[in-house]
Write a protein that binds this ligand. Structure first.
Ligand SMILES: CC(=O)N[C@H]1[C@@H](OP(=O)(O)OP(=O)(O)OC[C@H]2O[C@@H](n3ccc(=O)[nH]c3=O)[C@H](O)[C@@H]2O)O[C@H](CO)[C@@H](O)[C@@H]1O[C@H](C)C(=O)N[C@@H](C)C(=O)N[C@H](CCC(=O)O)C(=O)O
Ligand SMILES: Nc1ncnc2c1ncn2[C@@H]1O[C@H](COP(=O)(O)OP(=O)(O)OP(=O)(O)O)[C@@H](O)[C@H]1O
Ligand SMILES: N[C@H](CCC[C@H](N)C(=O)O)C(=O)O
Ligand SMILES: [Mg+2]
Length: 477
């Protein structure tokens, strides 16, 4: 079942058929196979007995348990996280090889890119699937998700369903967590795209170098027939291509590149670009989206689509939910909800707003930072908000298992004494949004950053209903 992936059958019948694969003992049922994976919190090897109790008939592990039970198949592999990917591919009959599979990695722009690609290919008449932070989709059917990149078994199960439903393409986000945890091991990619890299997730990866290397791992795993497509305006793009066996391609707005774009105009309604000597209007806003659009265009060309069709269809597509999502109130207050949850994204979205506003219009920013995530980005994001806005509300994002006020205190470290008059702390996010809307005068611009499409606020493991967009609408009405 592991095919060519190095492994050894220690005990039991190698031809055994299993019903299902699991990396979580709690999901195992009669006749299933359990893969013991060492995680960051727990070690799956400690749950082998629990899996057997639940009916597992086969176990894949790195180290063998002290007791090997009769009638159970034990398979040993050096890296079970990686083995899980290969097992899942084989179990579901290698669905990724039957799809044109595009993966995107990078700190920002992944969801925007895959959602654009999915819509583009759907509108061009293809059956296609998408795996994204917002949701997974097979054609138009929505399958809710809690992760940006699901675990290897879920990925392969969803792709098998895509194949069954006659999908020809799949577009997926490859988060750095997923890459390091081998959730994408064994997948056959046709195109891998690198958008950019900036400060995020240092809590998990430790150093920026390791974070870069995590992204690079996607490019290291490409085959010679695949395409590696990188943003040449990001100086780390050359690292992605080092020793990468796939065909190399670049896109850029500033540097020399194979796919060169030019941003001509940027308004609150959209942006005008020149791509392949053609001027095209798009419905996305902000310089950073010019990169996303160009990356999508380049990937579509590499997949063999005609340039004119791609540009015509792409120009009609709306932004992904919660990305520069705007409403204008009856008294001309502009409210924007954006998923900017990294320092770079926040700076980009604020500089876009600064560039588009009429001088004199105030920017009011509401921002928080997630709990149990990179603490070092907190003061940086607060400082960016203060430097680039007229008024700031520092509030909660998803506190998870941290005390909301501790997170706010970390953010306040980035606020200089001179700015404290313009920066208010309101722990309750709903109150902060309400206060900003109450204080806003005609032509002010309110930015609510960090949660975008999220329809919940996660507090101590519970996701309570919460929607920035709905609250903004309510309070601006
Ligand atoms: C830190 C992290 O990424 N954790 C992910 C990881 O869990 P883990 O390795 O920590 O698992 P663990 O709890 O240590 O357990 C180890 C193993 O023992 C197993 N186990 C555990 C308990 C038990 O009773 N029985 C059992 O079998 C577990 O199923 C697991 O296989 O592997 C799990 C299965 O794939 C994920 O669900 C889990 O995501 C957690 C929930 C999470 O919040 N992850 C976030 C940080 C994340 O991955 N985010 C990225 C996006 C980031 C970005 O935007 O760039 C994402 O792709 O979503
Ligand atoms: N190409 C880009 N460069 C820089 N910032 C961007 C880019 N694209 C989007 N952003 C900013 O980042 C935010 C998140 O965008 P998006 O959801 O597409 O990224 P993501 O990489 O999927 O994030 P996550 O890691 O949480 O899944 C946007 O709301 C916007 O503020
Ligand atoms: N995929 C990102 C999302 C962050 C979204 C933000 N709202 C937060 O909760 O920190 C993460 O898990 O770090
Ligand atoms: Mg995403």
């Amino acid at each position: 079942m592991l095919g060519e992936y190095p492994h050894e059958i220690i005990k039991g019948d190698s031809n055994l058929q299993v019903n299902n694969l699991h990396i979580d003992s709690r999901q195992v049922k009669d006749g299933d196979l359990f893969i013991a994976v060492k995680g960051s919190e727990a070690d799956g090897h400690n749950y082998i007995e629990a899996a057997l109790q639940n009916g597992a008939v086969a176990v894949v592990c790195e180290t063998l348990p002290a007791t090997l039970h009769e009638g159970i198949v034990y398979i040993q592999a050096a890296n079970t996280a990686k083995a899980a990917g290969h097992l899942a591919s084989n179990f579901y009959d290698n669905p990724s090889s039957k799809l044109k599979l595009v993966a995107i990695t990078g700190t920002n722009g992944k969801t925007t890119t895959v959602m654009l690609m999915h819509q583009l290919f759907r509108k061009m008449g293809y059956n296609a699937g998408v795996l994204s932070t917002i949701e997974n989709k097979i054609n138009e059917e929505v399958i809710p998700t809690k992760l940006t990149t699901p675990d290897a078994i879920t990925i392969n199960r969803l792709m098998a369903e895509m194949v069954e439903r006659k999908c020809t393409h799949c577009f997926m986000e490859a988060s750095s967590h997923a890459i390091v945890q081998e959730r994408i091991a064994g997948l056959a990619f046709d195109v891998a795209l690198f958008s950019n890299i900036s400060h995020d997730h240092l809590d998990y990866h430790g150093t920026f170098k390791d974070y870069i290397n995590a992204k690079k791992q996607l490019f290291d795993q490409l085959s010679p027939s695949a395409h590696a497509l990188v943003n040449a305006d990001d100086r780390r793009s050359s690292v992605m291509l080092q020793n990468c066996k796939a065909k190399h391609h670049t896109f850029a707005l500033k540097s020399m590149a194979d796919f060169k774009g030019k941003l001509i105009a940027n308004t609150f309604e959209g942006l005008l670009m020149e791509i392949d000597s053609k001027e095209v209007w798009f419905r996305l806003i902000g310089d950073f989206n010019a990169y996303n659009l160009l990356g999508v265009y380049a990937a579509a060309i590499l997949l063999g689509e005609p340039s004119d069709d791609v540009l015509t269809v792409l120009s009609e597509i709306k932004p992904a939910p919660g990305r520069f999502d705007q409403i204008v109130s009856p008294n001309q207050v502009r409210g924007i909800v954006d998923y900017a949850h990294t320092p770079d994204a926040l700076e980009n979205v604020l500089s876009t707003i600064q560039g588009l506003r009429v001088p004199g219009e105030r920017i009011i920013t509401i921002v928080g930072c997630g709990g149990n995530r990179d603490k070092t980005k907190r003061p940086v994001m607060a400082k960016t908000a203060a430097n680039m806005s007229d008024l700031v509300f520092i509030t909660s994002d998803n506190p998870r298992f941290e005390k909301p006020d501790d997170i706010i205190d970390d953010m306040m470290e980035g606020i200089s004494p001179a700015d404290t008059r313009r920066v208010m702390k309101i722990t309750d996010r709903k109150e902060a949004i309400k206060m900003a809307c109450t204080m806003a005068q005609p032509n002010d611009i309110i930015l609510i950053a960090g949660k975008g499409h999220e329809t919940y606020q996660e507090v101590e493991g519970v996701r309570h209903p919460f929607d920035d967009r709905a609250l903004l609408k309510e309070f601006l009405a």
